[in-house]
Design a protein around this ligand. Structure first.
Ligand code: AR6
Length: 167
């Protein structure tokens, strides 16, 4: 039985098999949680990222975690919110699904997600939380190595949303 839990905190501090990054298509770093992860992982991370040649929106790629307590980083690229009629829900769901597939392919057991797309990319937090939780629940109907899914909310309002939806 896989457990799904929400906490409020900093994803760079989580000692899990992999943390998920809310990256951009270049995979070369940026602001928000991406900037925090690159700072905490150290400069070796961007060298590995350069060899990945970017990532499409809705997809994800894995690197080592370097100086993080997490062993790996799964870099997922969420959609920019453009009003909701541009395939945003499917692209966001795809990020969570791809991260779960990659974690399973690497036989990882614990995985921590940030609230992908809800910062700089402007996805409404309530809608994003529904997509995140529903997609993870669907993924858990398939065989997976993942035993523990953690939603790491940076802000109190996101944490509250996840608590309510996971009740
Ligand atoms: N731990 C957990 N969550 C965090 C942390 C942290 N240390 N820092 C911020 N958040 P954002 P996006 C939350 O903007 O919307 C970057 O420049 C934040 O409060 O990081 O997917 C990339 O390079 C919010 O709830 O990612 C892309 O260009 C959530 O993480 C672009 O931003 C996501 O916010 C991606 O935008």
């Amino acid at each position: 039985m896989t457990t799904i839990q929400a906490i409020q905190g900093d994803i760079t501090k989580q000692a899990v098999d992999a943390i998920v990054n809310a990256a951009n298509t270049s995979l070369l770093g940026g602001g928000g949680v991406d900037g925090a992860i690159h700072r905490a992982a150290g400069p070796e991370l961007v060298f590995e990222c350069r060899m990945l040649h970017g990532c499409k929106t809705g997809d994800a790629k894995i690197t080592k975690g370097y100086r993080l307590p997490a062993k790996y980083i799964i870099h997922a690229v969420g959609p920019v919110w453009r009003g909701g009629q541009h395939n945003e829900p499917d692209l966001l769901a795809s990020c969570y699904r791809r991260a779960m597939e990659i974690a399973t392919a690497h036989n990882l057991t614990s995985l921590a997600f940030p609230n992908i797309s809800t910062g700089i990319y402007g996805y409404p937090k309530d809608k994003a939380a529904e997509v995140a939780i529903t997609t993870i629940q669907q993924c858990l109907e398939q065989p997976t190595s993942v035993q523990e899914v953690l939603f790491v909310c940076f802000e109190a309002d996101n944490f509250l949303l996840y608590q309510q939806l996971l009740k």
